[in-house]
Design a protein around this ligand. Structure first.
Ligand code: AMP
Length: 228
């Protein structure tokens, strides 16, 4: 990777970081600001579980335990989603890849359409604080806006600031026990990707412990330069 990109190909960004680092929040910002499409394998898997599909049935117990779903299932789900027409605007990958096998499969998928990773943005956080961050978070079930009991409460209790719906939902795996397993899985299986992308010259680091707006600014600046 020489730092320049082929302008005809849609941008591909990855958000890396442990559970609770803010990947989903930041991916939504990148969607709004740059017209990129957020691809969250966690969201795709939760939809598969809700639909009762074969992949969903296989993934359910694994997700509840805070372990990683098998590479085969996740790669197949991501491959399908990446082929959808809206992805031609460029994508921001949130929660994928999570293993070296997934990262290598992604490189192959992208190469098939003449694309490559423009940047892997690592959200650097203090692990010890992630349990509190995750345990307090919830989402508007209607529009997907994210909230937190302490850090980002809605202006009116139980009502979404963005769309006004009263459908707040909390994830089943956002409890202290499962979060501990998810952090363990991150360090054992996903953290090696930091070196993987550093070796390709694609890694960008962001201090993700501060204010959401400041982190957004830093990520937006990195995204702008990666898209040039
Ligand atoms: P997330 O919404 O990204 O926190 O993901 C929730 C759960 O879905 C994880 O704890 C894993 O069980 C599963 N999952 C999501 N993305 C992946 C992936 N790329 N590889 C394996 N498992 C995944």
């Amino acid at each position: 990777m020489d730092g320049s990109r082929t302008p005809q190909t849609p941008p591909v960004l990855i958000l890396l970081g442990p559970p609770g680092a803010g990947k989903g929040t930041q991916a939504r910002m990148l969607e709004d600001r740059f017209g990129l499409v957020q691809l969250s394998t966690g969201d795709l898997l939760r939809a598969a579980v809700a639909s009762g599909s074969e992949a969903g049935r296989a993934a359910k117990a694994v997700m509840e335990a805070g372990d990683l779903v098998s590479d085969d299932i996740v790669i197949a789900i991501l491959r399908d989603r990446l082929a959808a027409p809206d992805c031609t605007n460029g994508v921001i990958l949130d929660g994928f890849p999570r293993t070296t096998t997934q990262a290598e499969a992604l490189d192959v998928m992208l190469a098939e359409s003449g694309q490559q990773i423009d940047a892997a943005i690592l959200l650097e956080v203090d692990d010890a604080k992630m349990v509190t961050r995750i345990a307090g978070r919830f989402t508007c079930g209607a529009c997907g806006e994210g909230y937190h009991d302490t850090f980002k409460a809605p202006k009116v209790a139980d009502t979404c600031d963005s769309c006004g719906a009263q459908q707040m939902t909390r994830r089943a795996d956002d409890n202290a026990e499962t979060v501990a397993s998810r952090l363990e899985a991150y360090h054992a299986q996903t953290a090696p990707l930091i070196t993987y992308y550093a070796d390709k010259g694609a890694l960008r680091r962001v201090d993700a412990m501060g204010e959401i707006a400041e982190i957004q600014q830093a990520i937006a600046a990195l995204t702008e330069s990666a898209m040039q």
